[in-house]
Design a protein around this ligand. Sequence first.
Ligand SMILES: [Zn+2]
Length: 92
Amino acid sequence: MSELHCPSCGSCGFPMREPADFAGGDPDSGFCATCGDDHGQLRPYDAVLEANAAYYVREQGVNAEAARELARALLASMPAWKSAAPSHPRNP
Ligand SMILES: [Zn+2]
C-alpha cells in the first residue's frame, strides 16, 4: 500500500493523490472530496456517513444497511470522528 507516500483523508482514510481528490480541490484541506465541502471543511457526520455508505454499496455491492454499518465502523476509527464517537469518550 502507498499510504506512507500520500496523505489520507482524516475522516475516512481515503488516499488523496490528486488535487481533485481533496475537498474543494485544496491539498491543504486534510479531507477528501467525499467528506469535505467545496471550501475544504468537513461535512456533518450524517452526510459523511451517507457518502461513505454509498461508496460501499457502489464498490462492494453490499446492501444499504450493511453499507451504513461498515461506514459507521470506519468513521469511528478515524481521527476526525474519534472525539465524537459515543462509545469511548476520551478525556485528555
Ligand atoms: Zn474522506
